[in-house]
Design a protein around this ligand. Structure first.
Ligand code: IVH
Length: 695
């Protein structure tokens, strides 16, 4: 085939491509570096697609610094070594983690420089110590040409392809740029990006990252740049290596970083410069307070002599700069061994698996327990007893197990199973434990019987919409339980004023008042009483419905799940919860004791009710003039009757409305009594004096 000359791109296409690249770089900078997007995502996407199309149409316009080329090359067989022209050194760590560490650093430098107390203070810059992976990024005439890891400091690995995928790192620098500039800094994964990435992975059933630092380091070391491109990484500049042809190069550390920022490089906002150790001490304290709200993890701060001339004078010792020091904060993550898993019962009955750990110093304290949140979390992280685990404690947050070190697992460690571990019983009270569909937590069904839930149960029992015991609030409940005066709900009714008066801060009069309001609560309503029991999912409205539907406590106690589900607004989950509660002998015992203490209610208070239709079977057919089918059924059941779907010899009544079906015919055949709505309503009226007693 004869060679056909490649047509050169028209000048207007070349111009447009140049403009698009600059515009996209400007928008990227605003979005990823300044955190201040300039246009809606859709506008950005349109520009990006236009550039892609033009580059496709005119291949000779393609270039490595185009924003479309962040993910370019193919997977590599291995990384190429890169020799650093200026070695990448590490810095000394100040061992004194108190603010005095900064003062000590300043003092050593003053001694070394022969400055007496009268000499002026040294100017410093304080920066964050990023907790990620150090890299060096080489720009030639403003274009990113190479990126390398630190390696042993002399030779690193060429990770250019992966580093190009870091969205806040410019592929081309802005403004007047040096002939050569090697920018040094840290690749990190912001915490929000880390959480979002892991969440998405979890949803797809894919592997998650252990922590942001591993996420950053692992991504840069991927041989396939497409994998790195999917990881949300960020870069922050803090230093430099090789520099050439930079007229007007700044002469201070802070001036250098300011210049970097002007070129479009990401530089963290958290840095200060000023004279004397005080600036450093303040920065140390301020950043420590802000640490947990920073968008990324840090492991301390770094102090640097600000003047580059003074840096050069102080030089290096043992391959570490004399002019810089890292002042670390206590580590927030450490590894240790998981000795066992215990289950704690919370105030609401929630069962939380808790890791018992070999003691480890993390986040400034010795940690021996860490939360495992719930069974799903334990399984997802595949945490097993005997594992080496990574424990995190940030700020005031409860320590948690974030991951396991899989290759250090002892042989035969079984998968965690909360139900099996507890043999299905609450570790505090022995009640059955349950986990509802769609819920992550197992719970103790003991409620008021479970001493772990005692305070909560008491408080609820006494609350205004329940038994309404005035004066029995949080403080008093704490006192009563802590003093051992109340172990179970019925104990409330045995309290005597003399006992109460002995409690701290309890006046004799308040004690009398309390005893009076406890006594007053004995007379209540069935709905309040049901609500007061604190059955899971049984709120005030449900309690009223139950009281109305069943009329008396015994009918409620006798109801099976099916029957409970017939109560309006009660679904399978709530029905099951009520049934489990009343099925447990110890809960029934509490009920007996409460009623024995004198709790009672009368049924004439409009809440029903008589069971005068007990044992009578009804069949409904056709449309009744005023009652909906469901209403009719409820009222029949509330009066003790049963509603069945088909007519048989055992049917007592068929209630027929308009357009009745074959059921009416059948009733006539069998000679079953047929009622219209009026007759039904009359039948539903309780005969005088039929109301049931309280117990
Ligand atoms: S300056 C010659 N500044 O900490 C001085 N390093 O041991 C070179 N690091 O692995 C380091 N934040 O990646 C410097 N603001 C900061 C830093 C920082 C994190 C890392 C760096 C290196 C280690 C120093």
């Amino acid at each position: 085939m004869p060679d056909s000359p490649i047509p050169s791109a028209p000048a207007d296409a070349a111009e447009r491509v140049g403009w698009l690249r600059a515009e996209i770089a400007r928008l990227d900078h605003a979005y990823y570096v300044l955190d201040a997007p300039l246009v809606p995502d859709a506008d950005y996407d349109a520009l990006y697609r236009e550039l892609q199309a033009l580059e496709q149409r005119w291949p000779q316009l393609r270039s490595a610094d185009s924003p479309t080329q962040r993910v370019g090359g193919m997977a590599l067989p291995e990384f190429t070594p890169v020799r650093h022209r200026v070695p990448m050194l590490s810095i000394r760590t100040e061992t004194d983690t108190t603010p005095q560490g900064a003062v000590g650093f300043d003092q050593r430098l003053r001694n070394r420089l022969g400055l007496d107390d009268a000499a002026p203070p040294i100017a410093y810059q304080a920066e964050l110590k990023f907790d990620g992976l150090a890299i060096s990024v080489r720009y030639e005439h403003g274009v990113l040409v190479q990126a390398a890891t630190r390696g042993d400091g002399e030779t690193g690995e060429d990770v250019t392809q992966n580093v190009r995928t870091i969205r806040n790192l410019p592929l081309r620098l802005q403004g007047t740029v040096p002939g050569v500039l090697e920018v040094r800094g840290e690749v990190v994964m912001k915490r929000a990006d880390f959480l979002r990435y892991n969440q998405a992975q979890r949803e797809r059933g894919l592997a998650t990252l252990v922590n942001p630092r591993n996420g950053a380091a692992g991504s840069i070391r991927q041989l396939d740049p497409r994998i790195a491109a999917q990881r949300p990484l960020s870069f922050y500049a803090y230093g430099w290596g090789d520099i050439a042809d930079w007229p007007g190069q700044p002469d201070t550390q802070h001036g250098m970083l300011d210049a970097f920022a002007r070129m479009g490089l990401p530089v963290a906002a958290q840095r200060v410069h000023g004279a004397g150790a005080g600036v450093l001490v303040d920065f140390h304290a301020r950043v420590l307070a802000e640490r947990d709200s920073l968008p990324f993890d840090i492991d301390g701060v770094v102090y640097k002599v600000d003047s580059l001339a003074l840096q050069a004078e102080l030089g290096f010792r043992n391959r570490e700069p004399v002019w810089a020091v890292a002042h670390k904060y206590p580590a927030q993550e450490r590894s240790t061994r998981l000795l066992g898993i215990e289950v704690q019962v919370g105030r609401t009955g929630k069962l939380t698996p808790v890791a018992r750990l070999e003691p480890v110093f993390v986040g400034g304290v010795t940690v021996t327990n860490a939360t495992l949140h719930n069974e799903d979390e334990v399984r997802r992280k595949d945490v097993r007893v005997g594992d080496t685990v990574i424990v995190r404690r940030a700020g005031d947050v409860i320590p948690e197990v974030v991951a396991v070190v899989p290759d250090r697992r002892p042989l035969g460690a079984p998968v965690f199973d909360l139900h099996a571990l507890l043999h299905g019983a609450c570790p505090v009270c022995g009640s059955q434990i349950e986990r509802e569909p769609g819920e992550v937590d197992w719970r103790c069904s003991g409620g008021l019987y479970c001493s772990a839930q005692r305070k909560q149960a008491l408080l609820h029992f006494a609350s205004r919409l329940a038994m309404d015991i005035e004066g029995l609030g949080e403080k008093l409940v704490d006192q009563l339980v802590d003093a051992g005066l109340v172990r179970a709900l019925p104990d409330i009714y045995a309290l005597r004023a003399e006992q109460l008066a002995e409690l701290p801060r309890m006046a004799a009069r308040s004690a009398d008042n309390l005893v009076r309001s406890i006594g007053g609560s004995l007379h209540t309503t069935l709905a309040r009483f049901i609500y007061a029991l604190g059955i899971r999912h049984v709120g005030e409205a449900t309690a009223k419905e139950l009281a109305r539907h069943f009329g008396g406590l015994q009918a409620l106690l006798d109801a099976d799940v099916e029957r409970l589900e017939q109560v309006p607004d009660i679904g399978p989950v709530v029905a099951q919860s009520i049934h489990t509660f009343f099925a447990q002998e110890h809960n029934r015992e509490v009920l007996r004791q409460l009623l024995g203490a004198g709790i009672h209610w009368d049924e004439t208070a409009g809440e029903v009710v008589s069971r005068h239709l007990d044992g009578r079977t009804f069949v409904l057919t056709g449309t009744l003039p005023t009652l909906a089918r469901e209403q009719a059924r409820q009222r029949i059941e509330a009066a003790g009757g049963k509603v069945s779907g088909s007519v048989s010899r055992k049917t007592h009544y068929v209630v027929a409305g308009a357009e009745p079906g074959s059921k009416l015919e059948r009733a006539r055949e069998l000679g079953v009594e047929v009622l219209d709505e009026d007759a039904l309503l009359r039948l539903l009226q309780p005969p005088a004096g039929a109301a049931e007693g309280a117990s």
